[in-house]
Design a protein around this ligand. Structure first.
Ligand code: COA
Length: 152
């Protein structure tokens, strides 16, 4: 039951796309969930047995003064499983991938309704609120500074 039973691992886009779309762009055309111009994306999924219950996607995308930054998108947890720690586990997996790639910083445009989630995991607001054209919802840019192990 709950977060303890899920397995978090890298995923293919065809494994995560339906959940991403259902949670983040319900009722919209599928094209609304396709991240155009994104290269070298890595997808992460959390499975409870054979059922995908959460997903996220990370990829290299520059941030001001951080050309090797990575970006987080598509962070989504099955509504029936939200608030049970699964989002935290997927976010940790996403961060680990950016760290392994040597990223000094991660960023995202977070829904204002989800800011508390990111802040509880060490992310910080990095700019004013704005409305994204594709959702019509208020967002804020957020960043997570990543420490690089000594000697690397
Ligand atoms: C936001 C979301 C990804 C969080 O995942 P989750 O599995 O529900 O969150 P967790 O159970 O892992 O919570 C981790 C911590 O964040 C907090 N938290 C979770 N959602 C929160 C929210 N919306 N607002 C404030 N705090 C939140 C939890 O209380 C918990 O705090 P704790 O560590 O002090 O106990 C998930 O609820 C979701 O998919 N929501 C709908 C889609 C969405 O908004 N995605 C993000 C788009 S930017």
């Amino acid at each position: 039951m709950g977060a303890l039973t899920v397995v978090v691992r890298r995923a293919r886009i065809d494994e995560v796309f339906a959940l991403r779309h259902a949670v983040l762009r319900p009722g919209r055309p599928e094209a609304a969930s396709v991240y155009a111009q994104v290269k070298n994306a890595v997808h992460i999924g959390a499975w409870d047995d054979k059922m995908l219950v959460a997903c996220a996607t990370v990829f290299p995308d520059p941030w001001p003064d951080e050309p090797t930054a990575w970006r987080l998108r598509g962070m989504a947890v099955d509504p029936a499983r939200q608030g049970t720690g699964i989002g935290r586990q997927v976010l940790e997996g996403a961060v680990a991938i950016a760290v392994a790639a040597g990223a000094p910083l991660m960023w995202a445009n977070a829904r204002s309704t989800a800011l508390g989630f990111y802040e509880s995991q060490g992310w910080r607001v990095a700019g004013p609120e704005f409305i994204t054209a594709d959702t019509g919802l208020p967002h804020k840019p957020i960043v997570l500074l990543l420490s690089t192990p000594p000697g690397t």
